[in-house]
Design a protein around this ligand. Sequence first.
Ligand SMILES: Cc1ncc(COP(=O)(O)O)c(C=O)c1O
Length: 307
Amino acid sequence: ERLANSTLMEKVFFANSGAEANEGMIKIARKYSADQYGPERTKILTLKNSFHGRTVATLEATGQDKFHQNFYPFTGGFDYVEANNIEDLKQKMADPSVCGIMMELIQGESGVRPLDPVFVREAARLAKENDILFMADEVQTGIGRTGSLFCWQQYGIQPDLVSCAKALGGGVPIGAVLSGDKAAHVLQPGDHGTTFGGNPLAASAAKTVLDIVDQPDFLADVKDKGDYFMNSIRALNKRSVQDVRGMGLMIGIQVGADKVMDYLKRLQNKGVLALKAGTDTIRLLPPLIITKEEIDQAVKAMNEVFE
Ligand SMILES: Cc1ncc(COP(=O)(O)O)c(C=O)c1O
């Protein structure tokens, strides 16, 4: 109820992880289409350089070959659109076997790359026009990370399905699929399920997280601290920093493939835990409750490490 009320979505199905939430979205998109159009319309479009999880279907949904190696055979039924390429999008969405399109609004794993809003809105428009379900994978961006409860709220779209996990439990495993009016009544008892999904421990953790995120100014603060963090890194004026990008407290610092691992190690030695995104980018996903003083400490470490 809390999640649905703050997002204009109708129903929420609880799972145990992000990959499982994405599997739920894939199943709902296929069943919606089977109910409306029969069994032939099953293809899910995702984006090249996406990341959607580590189960067999979500690995296949992940548009990066390096994650596929050694895990074949896949089940089929996915195709990949080049991110931000509207021509490619139009061509692939015209395929009559497509029933859903899934995307991360900021591609996290492949380099912290916010999608172009024009591309996202065109995908949402075409999805609506062709009765294709639009699915936002908000496993990494959801629950305040980008300065709004969900990132799609800053893109001016209303997805049919949204997945979230990670931050929802604040460390306790939980995932969720939010369904809008089109998708809310697709699953009937027996169509989908999970033993542990929505268990009282995980649900209490999620409720506590939502209590914190819903505090007045919490999300505005995330935005403000994210801008402060990004501007402070830019102000270091380091030669090796080619780009600083992101939204809220999801930040990518592009430093080059030859430097990234060395910088991560040296930052770790100074108490700053970051991770790699793509081949050449440092990814920062600090706790949303980070203070400006702690941001200053991290920037000080970066000043010492970056050339
Ligand atoms: C965008 C995105 N989707 C899905 C997943 C998979 O989530 P989980 O590891 O909880 O299965 C992740 C992270 O691992 C992710 O970043």
